[in-house]
Design a protein around this ligand. Structure first.
Ligand code: UN1
Length: 508
C-alpha cells in the first residue's frame, strides 16, 4: 500500500480526536504537528507558554483541596469511568498514537491497553491504600501509618509512549487523591489532548472537581516552569538521562519529590542452554519492535561463544524478513523513526561502532526514501562487536542491536551491568541455576530482570523503572502508589498515663 497522503492522515487525526471530544477549533494554532508516517504536517496546534504553568498549578491546587477529602474508593469511581471511556475510544486513541508516533496498529492498541489495564489496577487499589499498625513499646499506645494524598503531580512524558506513561501516573495519582498537570512531548500533543478530553468527560460524569487533569502543550520552557513550580509536590519525568540530570537537582533544590524514568541500555544474556527459536523471537521483538524506540528496547545481546554464531545467523535471517513500512499497512512490523534526528543518531552510532571494531551484519539502510522523502524508515541493524566499547555503552534511540560474546556467566553479568543505565535486562536459558544467578543480589543490577522473555513489553502490574542513570523511579503497579502519597506516622495514647518512649523520665 502507498504511504497515505498528508490530507488523508490529517483527516484521520481530526476524526479520531473529535470523536474523543477534542475541540479542534479551540486547539488550532500555529505550531505544526508532524506525522512520522509521511513526515508531513498532520495539523497545527496552539501551544502554552511558561506563563500558563503557575495558573494551571494553582487550579490543580484548588482541585487538590477538594479531592483529598473524597474517600479513596469514591476517587476510584472517577478512574473506573476514565477506564471505560479509554476502552470505548481505544481505536481512536490507537489511531492517534499511530499517526503521531508511527507505531503499528497492534503496538498502538497495546499502548492503549496499558491505559485500560492501569485504570483497572488503580480502581482496585483505591480500596487497598493500606497502612500498617505497629506495636508500640508503651502500654496503652498504638502506632499506625496513614497514607494521605500528596499534592499536585506534574507529569512530563516522552514521545515514544505518549499515552501509557501519562496513564500510569494519572490513574494512580487520581486514586491517591492527587491532581495531574501534564506536559506531553512536543511531538505528541494530539494524543495528549484526546486523553485529557476523555478525562474531562469522566470528571464531569462523576461530579469530580474540575482541573483534576490538565494538559499544557509546549516546549522545554513549559516543562522547566513545571519542574520549578513549588506547587508541584511530585514531578514525574520520562525522557533522556540528560533531561533527568537537569530535572532531578531542580526538584531536589525546592525539596520536591522527583520520579525519574530515564534512559535504558537493555541487554539479554543468551546461555548455551537457551532455546534459540524462542530467543530469536524474544530478541527481535524487543530489539526491532517499535523501531527500537522504547526505553526498554533491547540494545545488547551478550551471547555465549558456543551459541553466538548460530544465534546471530538466526537473528540476521529474521531481520532480513522484517516488514519495514508504513504503520498504516496491516503487515508492517517496523514503522518509521520519529524524525530525521533519530536517523542521524542511528547512522552516527553505526559509524562509531565500525570505528570501534564492529561489523554491521544486517540492516542500517534507509527505506522508502523515494515514496516518503520526509519520513525516516530504516532497516533495523545488528552489529557484531568485539567488546563493550563506548558506543555500546550509550543509548541510541533507534534499532541498533550490538551482539557481544562471553565465556563465563560471571563475565556476562558483569557486561550486563557495566553500562551507566539500569532499566531492563533478561536471560535466555534452560538452566535454572543460571537464571537464579542472574536474578540474585549479585546478578543483574536493573530494575527489570526477566527470564526467557525480552527486555521490553512489561505488564502494568509490576513496578516499572530502573537504577543508576535510569533515575531510580518506579511507576505503575506493585506499591509504586506510595510515591504519590505522603505517609503520616500516628502514635495514639489511650492509657490515661504519659509514659515516654525509650524510658525517658521528665517529671514535672
Ligand atoms: C517506555 O519506553 O518509556 O515495557 C515505556 C515496555 C512498555 C513501556 C515502555 N510497557 O516496553
Amino acid at each position: 500500500m502507498p504511504i497515505p497522503t498528508a490530507e488523508e492522515l490529517s483527516r484521520r487525526a481530526r476524526d479520531a480526536a473529535a470523536r474523543c471530544g477534542v475541540d479542534l477549533d479551540a486547539l488550532a494554532g500555529d505550531s505544526p504537528v508532524t506525522s512520522p508516517v509521511n513526515g508531513r504536517p498532520l495539523l497545527s496546534v496552539r501551544r502554552h507558554t511558561a506563563a500558563d504553568v503557575e495558573p494551571a498549578v494553582a487550579r490543580a491546587g484548588e482541585a487538590f483541596a477538594a479531592w483529598r477529602t473524597v474517600p479513596a474508593p469514591l476517587r476510584g469511581g472517577l478512574v473506573r469511568r476514565l477506564g471505560e471511556l479509554l476502552r470505548a475510544h481505544a481505536d481512536d486513541l490507537a489511531t492517534l498514537v499511530t499517526l503521531e508516533v508511527g507505531k503499528t496498529a497492534s503496538e498502538a492498541r497495546g499502548e492503549v491497553q496499558e491505559m485500560v489495564d492501569v485504570c483497572e489496577f488503580a480502581v482496585g487499589l483505591s480500596r487497598q491504600l493500606y497502612g500498617r499498625t505497629i506495636s508500640s513499646e508503651r502500654p496503652g499506645h498504638r502506632l499506625m501509618e496513614t497514607w494521605h494524598p500528596l499534592g499536585v503531580v506534574g507529569v512530563i512524558s516522552a514521545f515514544n509512549f505518549p499515552v501509557a506513561v501519562w496513564s500510569w501516573n494519572a490513574a494512580i495519582a487520581l486514586v491517591c487523591g492527587d491532581p495531574v498537570v501534564w506536559k506531553p512531548s512536543e511531538l505528541t500533543p494530539l494524543t495528549a489532548v484526546a486523553c485529557t478530553a476523555l478525562l474531562d468527560r469522566a470528571v464531569a460524569d462523576t461530579g469530580a472537581p474540575a482541573a483534576l487533569g490538565q494538559v499544557l502543550l509546549g516546549g522545554a520552557d513549559v516543562g522547566e516552569a513545571l519542574v520549578a513550580s513549588p506547587g508541584v509536590a511530585l514531578l514525574s519525568a520520562t525522557g533522556s538521562t540528560r533531561m533527568g540530570r537537569t530535572v532531578g537537582p531542580r526538584v531536589a533544590d525546592r525539596f520536591g519529590r522527583a520520579l525519574l524514568e530515564l534512559g535504558g541500555n537493555n541487554a539479554a544474556i543468551v546461555t548455551p542452554s537457551a532455546d534459540l527459536d524462542l530467543t530469536t523471537r524474544g530478541v527481535v521483538f524487543s530489539a526491532a519492535g517499535t523501531a527500537g524506540q522504547r526505553c526498554t528496547t533491547m540494545r545488547r545481546v551478550i551471547a555465549h561463544v558456543d551459541v553466538v554464531d548460530a544465534l546471530t545467523d538466526r537473528l540476521v535471517e529474521a531481520y532480513r524478513r522484517l516488514p519495514v513500512g508504513p504503520p498504516t499497512d496491516e503487515g508492517t512490523l517496523v514503522g518509521p523513526l520519529i524524525h530525521a534526528g533519530a536517523h542521524t543518531a542511528m547512522q552516527e552510532a553505526l559509524t562509531a561502532a565500525r570505528e570501534q571494531g564492529g561489523t554491521v551484519v544486517v540492516g542500517g539502510g534507509r527505506r522508502l526514501a523515494e515514496e516518503a522523502p520526509d519520513a525516516w524508515y530504516v532497516e533495523p541493524a545488528i552489529v557484531r562487536m568485539p567488546g563493550q566499547t563506548d558506543v555500546v555503552r550509550q543509548e541510541t534511540f533507534a534499532p541498533v542491536l550490538y551482539v557481544l560474546p562471553y565465556r563465563t556467566l560471571e563475565e556476562a553479568i558483569a557486561l550486563n551491568n557495566d553500562v551507566p543505565q539500569g532499566l531492563s535486562s533478561s536471560i535466555f536459558t534452560s538452566d535454572q541455576a543460571d537464571a537464579e544467578r542472574f536474578l540474585a543480589a549479585d546478578g543483574s543490577d536493573c530494575g527489570i530482570a526477566n527470564v526467557n522473555i525480552g527486555t521490553s513489553g512489561a505488564e502494568i502490574g509490576g513496578a516499572f523503572g530502573g537504577e543508576k542513570q535510569t533515575g531510580g523511579g518506579r511507576e505503575s503497579g506493585s506499591d509504586a502508589w506510595r510515591g504519590y502519597m505522603r505517609r503520616a506516622t500516628n502514635t495514639v495514647n489511650y492509657s490515661g498515663e504519659l509514659p515516654l518512649a525509650q524510658g525517658v523520665e521528665f517529671p514535672l
